[in-house]
Design a protein around this ligand. Structure first.
Ligand code: ADP
Ligand code: MG
Length: 629
């Protein structure tokens, strides 16, 4: 039977392998978790096939995983009765990095820092090379007459040849490395150690993981002589973690499950274990991750939960179980009430599934509320990662989910200098304060210096600082919270006039009516109006807006791919108490050219303060120079 020539690994796989071979990662033991998890996946596949294909017939005994150590040979063998791999599958699955997303390179730096990668991602099959000199995979696929042997020492590529194997399934033999000064590898041949690793990571695997365990029995008729013999034992409890009682499980158990399933890179922030036994019956284990998956805010990201029907995995990512605004949630759902043969299309209309989804949504919400109430710091960590998604949720679907989400929002407060909830804001509002004020800008520092905030802050009112694109859009959708309307500090009407000497400003405006008209003519359609400001105290100018679109929104819309050139209706506000206003008046009376110059300068200054670009930088600098000479 022909041996094929050595084949090279694909470039990326090669880098990953090198990392594995030279790994200094301390938790090398996880290789066993990975191999057992693959074995279990492979049995899942054949199990599912047998259940849904009448021509196949297996009994329960035919599904198992076996772990065997041979100290003499320094080999560890993990075999399964799973679906097996064809020659092509061996090449594709083991010759290239798994496509399943369990591993993805972000950038070169991370590749260099191999330590982190192994800890953060499940690295699957290749993790065997952390402890092995040579890995040999013998596999026979379901429906195939021949078996194949894939072998590799990692570095020099791999070979594939035809071999004989009686039964369908896969046998992975790893030649354990010799001990080095830093590392002992012998332990991976020790019975007690292997048992402990299996217990730790793979206890809930639903198929038996068998091992031949050494037993001792006193020799008959002797006191301290023993006979040793081997007995096959099942090491794992086989009860899936989601069927276990919550009280029996530790946080570590949940964390191990999270890792084993590759749900996320590091420790989950919170787990939610749900067992419902009523009109609908299901178990679920859900996780709120701490960090944003690297592809989270990209098109590639796919939301969804694993879906099991009575313990059998029927779908990897069931999107219908999660609303978009909770798309960061990871985990699985198992229900007895779902049919095994259900298709994706049918699932969408499944009544049971809809009920489960609704139930899950409510559970997630209440967990987040509890987190917010009881573990504020953790909640803020969560919000820094996924708050944006919640805000998208408020905004999308025409605001139909705002009721669900509004209490979960946090914004930075001018008063508290930290994130606050809308409820906290409203509960602190002085009685006479009409609106919930907000200011939008690039950063807290920049917002803090916006002239428009002066008056509101002076009144002692709290302002929410919006620094994310989505903030204002979400708030526009929300419209109000507890009957209090939101109001931008840049809006034409701050609801403060009554107390602010309205008459005085009107006379100012009356007196200088022509001046303002002239400024408007100079600025043409750049502004909708020029007025005396009611909100400025120390600054000479600012831009306010009228209507629905604010300046921050204009910026966001401009950055969008289908930019439709939507502009805010801008009002140039002049501080009539500022010295500059006197100069402006003087110029108006005596020097038309200067007046023109000043008008343009003030307008551009106001733009700069808003973080808008100067419209014509060359002209602007020319103007500044003109004044200097
Ligand atoms: P992942 O499990 O995330 O897909 P792995 O690197 O662990 O990534 O495995 C790569 C692929 O190799 C698997 O997706 C599977 O198709 C195949 N594979 C690995 N081990 C086995 C096995 N014991 N039986 C059948 N197929 C396997
Ligand atoms: Mg795997």
């Amino acid at each position: 039977m022909g041996t094929t020539a050595k084949k090279e690994f694909k470039a990326e796989s090669k880098r990953l392998l090198e990392m594995m071979i030279n790994s200094i990662y301390s938790q090398k033991e996880i290789f066993l978790r990975e191999l057992i998890s693959n074995a279990s996946d492979a049995i899942d596949k054949i199990y599912y096939k047998a259940l849904t294909d009448d021509t196949l017939n297996f009994d329960k005994e035919s599904y198992y995983i076996k772990v065997e150590a041979d100290k003499e040979d320094r080999t560890l063998k993990i075999s399964d009765t799973g679906i097996g791999m064809t020659k092509e599958e061996l090449e594709i699955n083991l010759g290239t990095i798994a496509k399943s997303g369990s591993f993805a390179f972000k950038n070169e730096n991370e590749i260099k820092d191999g330590h982190d990668i192994i800890g953060q991602f499940g690295v699957g099959f290749y993790s065997a090379f952390m402890v092995a000199d040579v890995v040999t995979v013998v596999s026979k696929a379901l429906g195939s007459d021949v078996a194949y042997k894939w072998e590799s020492d990692g570095a020099d590529g791999y070979t594939i040849e035809t071999v004989h194997k009686d039964s369908v399934g896969t046998e992975i033999t790893i030649k354990i490395k010799e001990n080095t000064e830093e590392d002992t590898f012998d332990e991976y041949l020790e019975e007690y150690r292997l048992k402990a690793i299996i217990k730790k990571y793979s206890d809930f695997i639903r198929y038996p993981i068998k091992m031949d365990v050494t037993k001792r029995e006193p020799k008959e008729g002797t006191d301290n002589e023993y006979t040793e013999y081997q007995e096959e034992q099942i090491i794992n409890s086989m009860v899936p973690i989601w069927r276990k009682n919550k009280n029996e499980l530790t946080t570590e158990d949940y964390e191990n499950f999270y890792k084993e399933k590759h749900y996320g890179f590091d420790k989950p922030l919170k787990h939610i274990h749900i067992s419902v036994d009523g009109a609908i019956r299901y178990n679920a284990i859900l996780y709120i991750p701490e960090n944003i998956p690297f592809d989270y805010y990209s098109k590639e990201f796919e939301k969804g939960l694993e879906l099991y029907s009575n313990g059998v995995l029927i779908m990897d990512k069931c999107a219908d179980l999660l609303p978009d605004y909770f798309s960061f949630v990871k985990g699985m759902v198992d229900s007895e009430d779902l049919s095994l043969n259900i298709s994706r299309e049918m699932l969408q209309h499944d009544r049971q599934l809809k009920l489960i989804a609704k139930n899950i949504k409510n559970k997630i919400k209440s967990q987040l509320q509890t987190l917010l109430k009881d573990e504020r710091e953790k909640y803020e960590t969560f919000f820094k990662s996924f708050g944006r998604q919640l805000k998208y949720g408020v905004y999308s679907d025409f605001g139909s989910n705002k009721e669900t989400l509004q209490e979960l929002l946090l914004f930075y407060s001018s008063k508290e200098k930290q994130l606050v909830t809308l409820d906290e804001y409203v509960s602190r509002m002085p009685e006479e304060q009409k609106y919930i004020y907000y200011a939008a800008g690039e950063s807290y520092e920049r917002i803090e210096r916006l002239p428009q905030t002066e008056l509101v802050l002076d009144k002692g009112y709290e302002i929410l600082y919006f620094t994310e694109d989505i903030d204002e859009f979400a708030i526009k959708m929300l419209m109000n919270f507890k009957e209090k309307e939101f109001r931008s500090v840049s809006s034409g009407d701050l609801g403060l006039e009554a107390e602010e000497g309205k008459d005085e400003t009107t006379t100012e405006e009356q007196d200088n009516k022509e001046l303002f008209e002239k400024m408007k003519t100079i600025l043409q359609d750049k502004v909708k109006d020029v007025r005396v400001s009611k909100r400025l105290k120390s600054h000479p100018v600012c831009l306010a807006t009228e209507g629905d679109v604010t300046i921050e929104m204009e910026k966001v819309l401009k950055a969008m791919p289908d930019n439709q050139n939507i502009k805010a209706d801008k009002i140039l506000e002049i501080n009539s108490n500022h010295n500059v206003f006197q100069s402006l008046k003087a110029a108006y009376d005596h020097d038309a050219e200067k007046f023109n110059l000043y008008t343009n300068l003030l307008y551009n200054q106001a733009r700069l303060i808003e973080g808008l670009p100067v419209e014509d930088p060359v002209e602007f600098t020319n103007h500044v120079c003109k004044i200097m000479v």
